[in-house]
Design a protein around this ligand. Structure first.
Ligand code: SAH
Length: 381
């Protein structure tokens, strides 16, 4: 049978969330009724700024089917993300409050609410908007007004649906909860009807809620209640990222080793190796080489001085310096004296010049949180 929509309706719902995430850049996202975690997978791929991605479903077997696909790949270690990312999957019911659901920027409920008994909806509404109280909520649910257009449909769209709301019923629910919990709502949807039936609305109706900043009080009242942990953690993974000092150090050492080896080979052979070696250029009488993308990371920028120590050791008799633009400069041997004079100037505040680090600098001093420095010692290499 031909799908009614292209792309299929479920994809359009996910895409709606992805676009919202790309626009609003939430850091913490919780997907309620995540099932096989398809939306979470999409968000992991497209939601660059997300730091915490959590899924919840009452059915652990459905979550388990593909949850191990979240395990980091070797490429995630070779090219770590610049920001942190933790993914957690919980088993539990959306009708029960759990402290792990506090503090989210966005909570999504995609085709979930119609699976709850109508008396559970009341409890769910209280838990979601009163207890979790996220900054933004996206709720999608079938639009019953559209059902007459679905060929061969008898009853509800899915055997587990307990109800399907008309646009009016959905909007009444949404507006009432906004009033109770201090949210502002806008209505939209996905699955546009054929032209002749435009009065039925979207096939999937969507409400987007934003917490009303002038009404923080109502949400906070419920949030202040202490609730015990009731959800069961099924899966948790922390992705390697440059925000972790150990990963940052290891990545930088690898990058420097690799790049310095290329520079050294090219330099010693007297020929720059096309494609594999960085394109050299001249700055004054010095040969300059741009370094890898990882050097653009803000944390790395602040560590450029320290990198000199590695590069120096690796380059043997060649002198390499880093400019503020993160270019490595291979210095002719007879300019060493001049460089040291420049360093003195810098130390006295010639702010626009670049500096080298001294032999006494170390990673631990640069990175105060690092308690596990396992760097190789390049001194005197
Ligand atoms: N959001 C997913 C799946 C929707 S199907 C998607 O769009 O693809 C609805 C899901 O809600 C099912 O996986 C079901 O197990 C889950 N669910 C139903 N009642 C629930 C409850 N009380 N608490 C948590 N999850 C529930």
């Amino acid at each position: 049978m031909c799908p009614l929509f292209s792309p299929p309706l479920f994809m359009q719902r996910y895409q709606f969330v992805v676009e919202f995430v790309q626009k609003h850049e939430p850091k913490k996202v919780l997907d309620l009724g995540c099932a096989e975690c398809s939306l979470l997978r999409k968000l992991k791929f497209h939601g660059n700024g997300i730091e915490l991605l959590v899924g919840l479903d009452k059915d652990s077997s459905v979550m388990r089917t593909r949850m191990h696909s979240f395990a980091p790949l070797s490429s995630d270690y070779l090219q770590p993300r610049s920001g942190p990312l933790t993914i957690e999957l919980y088993q539990g019911s959306v009708t029960q409050p759990d402290p792990s659901t506090h503090g989210f920027d966005l909570v999504t409920c995609i085709e979930l609410i119609e699976h709850l008994h109508i008396e559970e909806v009341e409890r769910f509404t209280e838990v979601l908007f009163g207890f979790m109280a996220p900054s933004n909520v996206i709720v999608s649910t079938p639009n019953a007004d559209y059902n007459p257009l679905l060929p061969g449909l008898v009853g509800f769209r899915h055997h587990d649906h307990k109800f399907e709301w008309s646009r009016k019923e959905f909007q009444l629910w949404a507006l009432r909860l906004c009033d109770l919990f201090g949210y502002i709502v806008s209505f939209t949807g996905v699955g546009v009807p054929a032209d002749s039936h435009t009065n039925v609305g979207f096939c999937s109706q969507i409400a987007v809620f934003n917490r009303d900043p002038s009404r923080q009080d109502s949400a906070l009242q419920c949030r202040s209640r202490e609730e015990p942990t009731v959800y069961r953690l099924l899966y948790s993974v922390v992705y390697p990222s440059l925000s972790d000092n150990n990963i940052l150090q290891r990545t930088l050492v690898n990058e420097v080793l690799c790049r310095a080896e290329l520079i050294k080979r090219s330099w010693l052979s007297g020929e720059w190796v096309a494609k594999t070696a960085p394109e050299p250029f001249m700055q004054g009488s010095s040969v300059c080489v741009s370094l890898l993308d990882v050097w653009a990371c803000p944390r790395v920028k602040s560590l450029c001085g320290t990198l000199w120590r590695f590069t120096e050791a690796l380059m043997g008799e060649l002198r390499v310096e880093l400019t503020p633009a993160r270019h490595a400069i291979i210095m002719p041997a007879d300019e060493e004296e001049e460089v040291e004079e420049d360093e003195d100037e810098d130390a006295e505040g010639a702010g626009t010049k670049w500096t080298t680090t001294t032999a006494t600098e170390d990673w631990d001093a640069e990175m105060p949180n690092n308690s596990n420095s396992n760097l190789p010692d390049f001194h005197g290499a």
